[in-house]
Design a protein around this ligand. Structure first.
Ligand SMILES: Nc1ncnc2c1ncn2[C@@H]1O[C@H](COP(=O)(O)OP(=O)(O)OP(=O)(O)O)[C@@H](O)[C@H]1O
Length: 314
């Protein structure tokens, strides 16, 4: 694995460290030698296909299942059942992929229940419900909650006791766009107070603008790790320009780009789409700027995280 974001460890001490972490179930290598360092206050994404090993990695980091080999440290303490780790465990909030809630309890009772389990004061529960947008539903039974409301309640549960480290396994499943926005706004506020968050998601478009760094996991291994931009550069995927020009100027665009290492140049209704190598980007912009006002508008589309993901994981 190549970490393409060297600035990370210099800027903040590593709070989560995995070295050669493995989890094998008989012949199944659910996690197969993962090295990872996540810094204090980082918002870190873990993405991968179904069955890639993300949830297993989470469970190992939380000490819920023992590693078959390797070492994981959280806040300096080895993840194991000893006293040191129990103290660290209290600083961790966890939202599992399928949070188990009790239908007969109200939202407020649910938080009280989890607060007692976690050994933290119940007094913060109403404020947490307010924070996740469930204040109005606090006294309604969970049975009546929609999928998104249950997910928000699960998130509130993870925030009990003001954790310093959060593990959120597909936290935005079932949330509407507005709820997704508020969810990430909360994560940003928490990041501002130094909270470290690790999040998994299958919605790559949602995660790509929001995490500081991410790791792409395939078949139990980390294939790549870094900022979205660093991964784009590492993959060296082409960019797309959309050049808005009048149809009579299409030929001039082609001529201006003729000497450059550009790929496809396709004339569409009111624009020309140009695919170009990343290292030719500035030369293309200069060539278009020389067209003497013919270009009405210009947009550059970077490869999406989805493009990068398929590049690394296929
Ligand atoms: N308790 C278990 N016993 C046997 N195999 C398991 C167990 N838990 C997980 N696995 C296997 O380990 C692999 C990784 O599973 P895991 O749940 O970690 O994937 P994931 O990346 O979280 O997938 P998804 O995106 O579908 O949630 C899969 O092949 C899964 O079948």
């Amino acid at each position: 694995m190549e970490d393409t974001s060297p600035a990370r460890t210099e800027a903040s001490p590593a709070v989560i460290v995995a070295r050669g972490a493995k989890k094998h179930y008989g012949p199944i290598r659910a996690v197969d030698g993962v090295d990872l360092e996540i810094g204090a206050g980082e918002l870190f994404g873990l993405i991968g296909h179904n069955g890639a090993g993300k949830s297993t990695m989470f469970k190992m980091m939380l000490g819920l299942i023992p590693a078959s080999a390797g070492e994981i440290r959280i806040d300096g303490a080895a993840v194991a059942g000893n006293g040191d780790f129990r103290a660290v465990r209290r600083k961790i909030g966890y939202l599992p992929e399928n949070v188990v809630l009790y239908d007969n309890l109200t939202g407020l009772e649910t938080l009280h229940f989890f607060a007692r389990l976690k050994g933290v004061p119940t007094a913060g529960a109403p404020a947490l419900l307010e924070r996740v947008g469930l204040a109005e539903a606090a006294r309604r039974r969970v049975r009546e909650y929609s999928k998104g409301m249950r997910q928000r309640l699960g998130f509130a549960q993870a925030l009990l006791g003001n954790p310093r480290i959060l593990f959120l396994d597909e936290p935005t499943t079932g949330l509407d766009p507005e709820a997704i926005r508020s969810f990430y706004a909360i994560l940003r506020q928490l990041k501002g107070t130094g909270v470290t968050t690790v999040i998994t998601s299958h919605i790559l478009a949602e995660i790509q603008e929001r995490v500081d760094r991410l790791a792409i996991m395939t078949a139990g291994k980390i294939q790549a790790c870094g900022t979205v931009q660093a991964l784009r550069e590492q993959m060296d995927l082409p960019l797309w320009f959309t050049v808005r020009v009048a149809p009579e100027d299409f030929a001039a665009v082609r001529a201006a780009l003729g000497h450059l290492p550009v790929g496809a140049v396709e004339a569409r209704d009111d624009h020309v789409a140009v695919q170009c190598r990343r290292d030719a980007k500035m030369a293309v912009i200069e060539a278009l700027a020389s067209l003497d006002g013919k270009v009405r508008d210009l947009t550059v589309r970077e490869p999406s995280l989805e493009d990068v993901f398929f590049g690394f994981s296929d």
